[in-house]
Design a protein around this ligand. Structure first.
Ligand SMILES: Nc1nc2c(ncn2[C@@H]2O[C@H](COP(=O)(O)OP(=O)(O)OP(=O)(O)O)[C@@H](O)[C@H]2O)c(=O)[nH]1
Ligand SMILES: [Mg+2]
Length: 310
């Protein structure tokens, strides 16, 4: 008897959803940065425990959307929650505790508002979710009890876990529990498959992560990356060409840096990781294009599997 099913990981931006999915899967399937709204589309990673195969669905953060892309992202996250066999709501415990103490930053207060809206959404859906309080490596255990009690009293959670996606604390217990939760079913993916993302898209995501990590302050929310060529060379190496889209001309300069140094180091970091991930040498060529309306481009939504008209 085997088990298999989908577990949607939802939460406010920056809660640590992608970090957790990568840890559960045991390899990197989704990019992680310190910036909110890093994940833009649902990403599937496959984890196995015993006879159970869990398809973890990393989702974009749920927040009050303003732009079209925001709306599509939030809509996609809720869509995954509706369709999954189980829903895991991941909450940044540190942010919650700081807000409760009156010491939260504006980002923490935003996160709290988003958590409240997710609870409302869960209530409306009638779904009982798993609650995981994340980032417990940053807090003292006794601080978490009051926040946990308040969240639990909302009635939308069946069980609660305290974890650190970053250092793995509590994650094995959670994985064990999720493995038992997915229904009896044949496995949905081959046993050796850990990600379900087209490789060109994954390659673009890796570069977008490096862009964010390098220039996140100067380039708030304004870049996207497209893989325009992906070819295998006779010597077994890969030739990958990508375009980084920015919204304004000034951002091109920021990305390039002095003498092109910033772009060079972004390319180097991405190339190194891609080579490791793909298991072969990679030749990576990056271009920058200014396209003020890339986030209103129907083709972009189609490429990343988001609904343009929501
Ligand atoms: N200290 C600590 N940091 C964490 C933990 N989990 C995630 N982080 C950090 O939190 C930040 C956000 O992590 P992500 O995994 O990108 O968060 P996310 O929920 O996927 O964010 P979005 O995709 O923007 O919605 C990163 O800087 C992570 O390194 C944790 O358990 N402890
Ligand atoms: Mg993410």
């Amino acid at each position: 008897m085997t088990r298999a099913g989908f577990v949607a990981v939802i939460g406010a931006p920056n809660a640590g959803k992608s970090t957790l999915v990568n840890r559960l899967v045991g390899t990197k399937v989704s990019i992680v940065t310190q910036k909110v709204q890093t994940t833009r589309f649902p990403v599937r990673g496959v984890a196995i425990e015993g006879d159970s195969q869990m398809v973890l669905v990393d989702t974009p953060g749920i927040f009050a959307p303003r732009r079209r892309l925001d709306r599509a992202m939030v809509n996609a996250a809720w869509g995954q929650a509706r369709e999954a066999d189980a829903v895991l709501h991941l909450v940044d415990a540190k942010a919650q505790i700081d807000v409760a103490k009156g010491a939260g930053t504006s980002a923490d207060r935003k996160a709290q508002v988003d958590v409240d809206s997710i609870i409302k959404g869960l209530k409306t859906s009638g779904r009982i979710a798993f609650l995981a309080l994340n980032k417990i490596d940053l807090i003292k255990r006794d601080q978490i009890l009051e926040v946990t009690r308040i969240l639990f009293e909302t009635g939308v959670y069946g069980e609660v876990f305290m974890i650190s996606a970053a250092n793995g604390s509590g994650v094995d217990d959670l994985k064990h529990r999720l493995a038992a939760e997915v229904p009896e079913s044949p496995w949905l993916y081959p046993a050796d498959q850990s990600a379900d993302v087209p490789v060109r898209l994954l390659a673009a995501e890796i570069t977008r992560e490096k862009v964010y990590l390098r220039v996140h302050e100067e380039l708030p929310y304004a870049a996207s990356v497209e893989t325009t060529a992906y070819e295998e060379r006779p010597d077994g190496s890969l030739r990958i060409e990508q375009t980084i889209f920015v919204e304004r001309d000034g951002q091109r300069g920021i990305l390039l840096g002095k003498g092109g140094q910033t772009l060079k180091s972004i390319g180097e970091a991405s190339r190194t990781e891609l080579a490791e991930l793909l298991g072969r040498p990679v030749h990576l060529f990056l271009h920058i294009k200014v396209k003020s309306n890339w986030s209103e481009d129907r083709a972009y939504f189609r490429d990343i599997g988001l609904d343009f008209d929501v």
